[in-house]
Design a protein around this ligand. Structure first.
Ligand code: NDP
Length: 232
């Protein structure tokens, strides 16, 4: 896979799956646009990239920040070849325990912001005949008790991916998603679990996976890169 002369925007590049994808795509020659709220996290990712990069500190739930991501990318690189919609958060709460504020927060971050950032990127992706990779989740495909709102958000993201793939296919812009099961990242801690609880959850979770182990960031990076590549 060759990403030379390709400009790839990765949201949530300051940690976990997004950081891994940025590092891997850079190793394949891509110029990477690293976005997220944590400047330190983005700088750490940038230090692992071997190609040209741009850091855009942005909260994807804010309209002006979404516009900033696209504008700064075009200003520096003049084009967008790939958009990786990765930023997201989970919510480990049963339906009766989730508040409406939590519902709005998850839907805003995992669905609404993806929808709008994608809208802003589409004209540029049509120009380059580029593509989109959404980082969804196994929870978009299968029900999990205690994760209702998160499952709903990723199911919405999956249906967005499918509808948009059909809308943009005539324009030769591909739209795909990956649906990982548990990957060891900061995902559980970001939603308030202690390191110890996260470890317990992951240890228990490993035995529920068919291979008897959790997924790795390298595996998601490979899948994202394949879908984003001209080989896909
Ligand atoms: P991490 O918590 O390690 O990473 C989440 C990333 O999202 C961070 O870079 C964070 O950056 C960014 N982010 C969160 N909120 C915002 C925001 N408002 N604006 C901009 N960026 C934001 O978790 P993962 O790497 O695991 O998660 C990445 C994606 O993978 C998510 O969409 C998640 O749902 C999905 N996923 C994860 C799985 C797992 O088991 N880990 C399994 C399946 C899917 P910052 O804090 O700097 O803003």
């Amino acid at each position: 896979m060759d990403f030379k002369n390709k400009v790839v925007i990765i949201t949530g590049a300051s940690s976990g799956i997004g950081r891994g994808a940025a590092e891997y795509l850079s190793s394949l020659g891509a110029s990477v646009v690293l976005t997220g709220r944590s400047e330190n996290g983005l700088k750490e990712t940038a230090s692992k990239c071997t190609t040209e990069f741009l850091i855009v500190i942005a909260d994807v739930t804010k309209q002006e920040d979404r516009v900033k991501i696209i504008d700064e990318t075009i200003k520096k690189f003049g084009k967008i070849n790939v958009l990786v919609n990765n930023a997201g958060q989970g919510l480990m709460k049963e339906t009766m325990k989730a508040t409406m504020e939590e519902y709005d927060f998850i839907m805003d971050l995992n669905v609404r912001s993806v929808f709008n950032l994608t809208q802003l990127a589409i004209p540029h992706l049509i120009e380059t005949q580029g593509n989109i990779v959404n980082v969804s989740s196994v929870t978009g495909l299968h029900p999990f008790p205690g994760f209702t709102v998160y499952c709903m958000s990723k199911a919405a993201l999956d249906q967005f991916t499918r509808c948009l793939a059909l809308e943009l296919a005539p324009k030769n812009v591909r739209v795909n998603a990956i649906n990982p099961a548990t990957i060891v990242t900061n995902f559980l801690q970001a939603q308030g679990l202690s390191d110890q609880l996260a470890k317990e959850y992951q240890t228990k979770g490993a035995s529920l996976h068919a291979l008897g182990r959790l997924g790795t960031i390298l595996e998601t990076s490979h899948a994202i890169a394949f879908l984003a590549s001209d080989m896909s």
